[in-house]
Design a protein around this ligand. Structure first.
Ligand code: FMN
Length: 156
């Protein structure tokens, strides 16, 4: 009987845990896609540091996304609660490690595109890929990024 009660209590705790809202189920999902260029005086070696810290910061804020780097340009997509994304973009925009920060697309999102990644990372070798993307805005930029995804080797 004692065992049964403790099993019951354990089950209650587990079911309470399970019924807590999914960490990833953000109601007002918002995304931003931007492009930028590594600052001239900054070494490529900072990219590892950026990705490591970005992963930690994004995981803490329930933000997911993808960073693409071609050796010179960055393209990042970030998604999460609107207030968190706006605050993140405000920090990233002023980061001196990159310049020519330009938003290609921003808007509401129904489902996360990268729910498995607090920040996925991919490198592209062809410099034309991101320089072509730089010319696009809004839905066209979104479509070009979506078309690019299957060609990338993504690292979580
Ligand atoms: C190209 C690039 C992408 C970045 N992406 C992120 C990101 O996704 N998440 C993040 O927390 N910081 C990112 N950062 C780092 C931020 O600019 C900033 O250093 C970091 O959020 C820490 O800010 P704080 O020192 O004000 O807390 C990125 C920086 C660069 C240059």
């Amino acid at each position: 009987m004692v065992q049964n009660v403790s099993t019951f209590v354990k089950r209650l705790k587990i079911s309470k845990l399970l019924s807590q809202p999914d960490m990833k189920a953000t109601t007002d999902l918002y995304e931003v896609i931007y492009l930028s260029t590594l600052a001239p005086d900054v070494s490529v070696s900072v990219v590892a540091d950026i990705t490591r810290k970005a992963r930690e910061g994004n995981a803490a804020r329930n933000i997911s996304g993808l960073l693409i780097f071609d050796g010179l340009r960055f393209c990042e997509q970030v998604e999460g609660a609107k207030k968190d994304i706006v605050a993140l973009i405000d920090r990233v925009r002023h980061d001196p490690r990159h310049i020519k920060f330009e938003i290609l697309h921003h808007g509401a999102l129904n489902n996360r595109r990268f729910s498995n990644f607090s920040m996925g990372y991919a490198e592209v070798e062809d410099p034309d890929v991101l320089s072509q993307l730089a010319l696009l805005r809004g839905q066209e930029a979104l479509d070009a990024l979506t078309a690019l995804l299957p060609t990338l080797d993504l690292y979580a």
